[in-house]
Write a protein that binds this ligand. Sequence first.
Ligand code: SF4
Length: 293
Amino acid sequence: MKSLAENKIEVAQCSGFCFGVKRAMRIAKEALDKNKDAGVYSLGPIIHNNQVVEELTKEGLKPASLDDIKKGVVVISSHGAAPKVFSQIKAKGLRVVDATCPYVMSTQKTVEALSKDGYFIVIFGDRRHPEVESLMGFSGGTAAVVKDEKELGTIEFPHKKIGIVSQTTQLPANYIKVISAVMEKGFSEIRIFNTICSDTQKRQESAAALAKDSDVIVIIGGKMSANTKRLFEICSNICKGTYHIETADELKKAWFKGAGRIGIASGASTPDWVIEEVKNKILMIKEEGMGNG
Ligand code: SF4
């Protein structure tokens, strides 16, 4: 990558909504258009970005718990849901509109097939993330979640046929550590699946390239967004001046004092208009030439 010119603000090549989030937004908006009177709900945030969730709430999409929904349509988020959740929605006589990202769906199918074929499954990811909860649901209870290779020591493996998958937004380097540690345990059969999505990989690579060439890099995305947290992790290992914000209001003038080369990277659920607002506010800070905020 060419060097950033002094006093230039550059946005990472891969930024804004990913394919799965664009698709989930389109599906949610279509559900809202077609079911204006019935009531359209999501079980928690449809994507991990507060600004987008607020926008959709204004348009009529109501985040709710299943117990509180009496009638209407339930939109499944891009992170997916366990089969049990689909059954519960249908049992209540509600309609399901499924916005699960196809990459997540593919991992769910892999987990389901491994479970049916008698494999014990190691899922590398954050056990409280809805995507990982959905994968656990598809495993039929024959899986364990680990956040790193050290946690493998806490698992009692019931047999020697092992399948390994990763949450779609993890770092490949960390996934490789988990895979290597499983290999060292001497199982007779191990099936490894690369389930990290291609958008995540491209986004991580373009953020890392930009961080190498920046004095300050601002990562924009929801505080609950797994892929945004990974971008922050990657960039802060490369560039000391790495900051994670959700909106332009969180920018501090002091961050940019003496910084000539500024990069901006965004999580997969950050809309372009938030990126533009952040860019404009940084430009304003630079033009004011202030650095004492
Ligand atoms: S980050 Fe990847 S897996 Fe997640 S919604 Fe976007 S495209 Fe799908």
